[in-house]
Design a protein around this ligand. Structure first.
Ligand code: A3D
Length: 321
């Protein structure tokens, strides 16, 4: 059987890490695309030269033309510019919106059957724009944020409890930002919910609250440490987990930014919710019950995503028309 083809649009910090992980996991042959000349070619060759040492058989191609992504099964999009000092949020939105228009057109022309995972920020608005610009069905275009946010939550909890990260599950809903909704009731260790672990004396409510807060600000914590650039190892690992579930039809239940058509009372908006990812793309959107407090937090998150998408619609009123 032919190998799968994975196209990575954006060969920056996350793009390069995605290429290495796709190789290590032998997910398929990799095309690394970027507008910057030499970067995708250089990173591809460097990783290919690591393959005899690490022991994987994957072909790597670096490219500056969209024809290279022809027939890709999965496309992971990290293309864009980061926010620079002096740049307003709207400036960033306008620039990355243009990038999504270019990338969407490239995908529509050369990889219309792909499963597309958007990583570019601001995530919930950019995945919306990418779906509009590509015209691909909504169940084939998702945003990566929830896997990363819940991974951070899991790591902090495992560290607090001194247990294996493998036994910690955690759930995060809503948009990717400071008002994301970490769901404490649905998180815990090997099936024991967090509120029970507080009762058992494993931790205190104050510590749980502090971990929730740290999870919400997890991206900023890394930015402050790195000084230049943002997190890339964990974001890349998270997108690879989503791609793996699609390519291997694993039907993982993962939090992802998915297009809602009435679920959670939200219509025509991408929002972080639990979904099943299998060979059909987003095969199901899972609606869990929320209490009044969780609902209020989700509503706040929905409002900020709507505001961002509203700004995109103002900048590019004809997008997807
Ligand atoms: P970076 O290392 O700057 O890579 C971005 C790449 O995009 C650069 O190599 C650019 O040359 C390239 N690029 C710019 N414009 C285009 C274009 N029109 N077509 C193709 N390529 C282009 O950034 P990074 O890899 O660290 O991050 C990539 C994106 O992911 C950023 O928008 C981050 O904000 C975002 N990000 C999201 C999360 C989430 O959890 C959602 C986490 C971390 C980073």
């Amino acid at each position: 059987m032919a190998r799968a083809k994975i196209a990575l649009i954006g060969a920056g910090q996350i793009g390069g890490t995605l290429a290495l992980l796709a190789g290590l996991k032998e997910l398929g042959d990799v095309v690394l695309f970027d507008v910057a000349e030499g970067i995708p070619q250089g990173k591809s060759l460097d990783i290919a030269e690591a393959s005899p040492v690490l022991g994987f058989d994957v072909a790597f191609v670096g490219a500056n033309g969209y024809e290279a992504i022809e027939g890709a099964d999965v496309v992971i999009v990290t293309a864009g510019v980061p926010r620079k000092p002096g740049m307003s949020r709207s400036d960033l939105l306008g620039i990355n919106l243009k990038v999504m228009e270019q990338v969407g057109a490239g995908i529509a022309q050369f990889a219309p059957d792909a499963f597309v995972i958007c990583v570019t920020n601001p995530l919930d608005a950019m995945v919306w724009a990418l779906q509009k610009a590509s015209g691909l069905p909504t169940h084939k275009v998702v945003g990566m944020a929830g896997v990363l946010d819940s991974a951070r939550f899991r790591y902090f909890l495992a560290d607090e409890f001194d247990v294996s990260v493998e036994d910690v599950t955690a759930f995060v809903l809503g948009g990717h930002g400071d008002d994301m909704v970490p769901l404490v009731r649905y998180s815990g260790v090997a099936g024991i919910p967090l509120p029970d672990l507080v009762k058992m004396g494993w931790t205190s409510q104050d510590k749980v609250d502090a971990i929730v807060d740290r999870t919400r600000k997890g991206g900023g914590e890394i930015v402050n440490l790195l000084k230049t650039g943002s997190a890339f190892y964990a974001p890349a690992a998270s997108a690879i987990e989503m791609a793996t579930s699609y390519l291997r039809d694993k039907k993982r239940l993962l939090p992802a930014a998915a297009y809602l058509t009435g679920q959670y009372g939200v219509d025509e908006l991408y929002l972080g919710v639990p979904v099943i990812i299998g060979a059909g793309g987003v095969e199901r959107i899972v609606e869990i019950e929320l209490d009044a407090n969780e609902r209020a937090m989700l509503d706040k998150s929905v409002a900020s995503v709507r505001e961002l998408v509203g700004e995109c619609q103002k900048i590019a009123p004809d997008l997807g028309a």
